[in-house]
Ligand binder design. Structure first.
Ligand code: CU
Length: 496
């Protein structure tokens, strides 16, 4: 499952080395916290860039001299959010203070730019950051940003606090002012575990200060893995575990800031990426889904950065079909020298394990898996667009509500032959997403329910393992529908 780059094929070594350098770099000019040392402009991270020289166009912003920071505004609220199967789940969470609807946003509004493109205001390492947190609930809450590398199970985790746990009293607004830490992927949250599980979290993204306006996860330094080419885009995946029972406790304990519900009782039933699952999570090209123009022979190596944040209590194991990924940063710490032999390497991973409260940033290369066959060429039926799933390998998180598949922690990624196709694919996904949000006429819903009830109405409790024919004919509706009743009866036979 885990291999060093150096143990792959010769071609893999050559290509991977081109892209993820393993040599020490000359020391970077140390950031003095005032301004980027190279270049005077900053820009939001681009959605697609054919080459970095092209990519700079149009998105430049001039760095102001150290002025009072423009605040981010968050409001703590609560309310029902419908899950994929229609179940309303009660959440405590954050929303944008100027949001029109007073319901929690799951995940909370990001602080910083989550990408792709410009999705939120950039925060650079060393910036002054001001977050105005309004608590619109009748109970106290807390606000915390901490680098965590112990998981939630340890009795007394000792996080490195970036923002110390700050109490936001009921019905009050508190300014949270701090200096942005080292570049990386962080989470803001209520310090209380149950409040976090109820939805009180969001992404906090800090960009490197000395990357000369390029999209990189961190500043270069001799003791860090060197990334030789700029990344084509970045994405942020906020992973959520949702336990509706905890939500029901919160619903009836409005004034209680800390709900008494031990970790041993927590049973998440919904698992989300950026608040979504199912078909919605495979169409969200605005936020979640990389649509990556293929890296062509002879071009500088290309990939996208995916920042994964586990807000839950379960350990998740993300698996990208179609290619492997390179974790380059964990808990906002770049991959560095191995304590065993002092060497700096990138590990190529099929599945990436992310424990509770951890963040892992991976690079997904913009090429087809090297073992893929037949090779991609002009005769290949998928030459213009390949599309692959990504899902969590932790078994319970592949479903919703304890068994509804595939409504778990999943999404897709697409590899396309050029930028024109990338634009077309994004447009198609956006169209499908809009179509999927249209209300289905009631008679069609009823017809679907009738058909479903008919198909699955095989007799229960008979325990007769070989009564497939009878079982099939017992399904009034499906028995009459077509000759395929054998399919459903074999399913029920297997169950019996
Ligand atoms: Cu898999």
């Amino acid at each position: 499952m885990t291999r060093r780059i150096a143990e792959g094929t010769r071609r893999r070594i050559r290509r991977a080395s081109l892209w993820l350098g393993r040599r020490a770099t000359p020391p970077a000019a140390p950031g003095d916290g005032e301004a980027p040392t190279r270049g005077t402009t900053r820009r939001g991270f681009i959605q697609i860039g054919a080459a970095s020289s092209v990519a700079v166009v149009g998105l430049s912003r001039v760095l102001p001299a150290r002025a009072e920071p423009e605040p981010f505004f968050l409001t703590i609220t609560e309310g029902d959010v419908a899950m994929e199967d229609g179940t309303p789940v009660f959440f405590r969470g954050f929303r944008a203070t100027d949001a029109i609807k007073d319901v929690p946003s799951i995940p909370g509004p990001p602080i910083g730019n989550t990408g792709p493109g410009i999705k939120g205001r950039d925060v650079f390492a060393g910036d002054d950051v001001l977050i105005m947190v309004t608590n619109s609930t009748p109970r106290d809450h807390t606000f915390l940003i901490a680098r965590v590398d112990a998981d939630d199970l340890s009795p007394d985790p000792a996080p490195a606090e970036i923002v110390k746990t700050t109490t936001i009293p009921a019905n009050q607004t508190c300014p949270i002012k701090f200096t942005a830490p080292q570049a990386g992927t962080y989470m803001y949250r209520d310090a209380d575990r149950n409040n976090r599980l109820l939805g009180m979290y969001g992404a906090f993204i800090v960009l490197p200060r000395n990357a000369a306006g390029q999209l990189r996860p961190y500043d270069p330094a001799p003791d860090r893995l060197e990334i030789l080419t700029e990344l084509r885009s970045q994405h942020t995946w906020v992973l959520s575990d949702v336990d509706p029972v905890l939500g029901e406790l919160a619903r009836v304990q409005r004034r209680n800031g800390k709900i008494d519900y031990p970790l041993t009782k927590i049973t998440p039933r919904y698992f989300l990426i950026n608040g979504e699952t199912g078909v919605e999570a495979t169409r969200n090209e605005q936020l979640t889904i990389p649509v990556i123009p293929l890296h062509h022979e002879g071009e500088p190596f290309a990939g996208v950065l995916i920042r994964c944040i586990n807000t839950g209590v379960a350990t998740h194991a993300l698996h990208w079909h179609g290619n492997h990924v390179f974790p380059v940063q964990r808990n906002a710490v770049p991959e560095g020298a191995s304590p065993k032999d002092g060497k700096i390497r990138a590990f190529e991973k099929d599945v990436v394990r992310i424990k509770a409260l951890q963040t892992v940033d991976v690079i997904l290369p913009a090429h087809t898996g090297f073992e893929a066959f037949p090779p991609l060429n002009d005769l290949h039926p998928k030459v213009a667009e390949q599309h692959f799933p990504m899902h969590c390998h932790a078994e319970m998180s592949q479903t919703a509500a304890g068994g509804s598949y595939p409504f778990g922690m999943l999404t897709d990624w697409h590899l396309v032959n050029n930028q024109q196709t990338a634009i077309a694919v994004r447009q198609r996904l956006a169209d499908e997403r809009r179509d999927g949000q249209r209300r289905v006429p009631d008679d069609q819903v009823q017809a679907a329910i009738d058909q479903r009830v008919g198909n699955s109405g095989h007799g229960s409790g008979s325990g007769s393992g070989d009564g497939q024919g009878q079982s099939g004919s017992g399904d009034g509706a499906s028995g009459g529908s077509n000759g395929g009743s054998g399919d459903s009866s074999s399913g029920s036979g297997g169950k019996g």
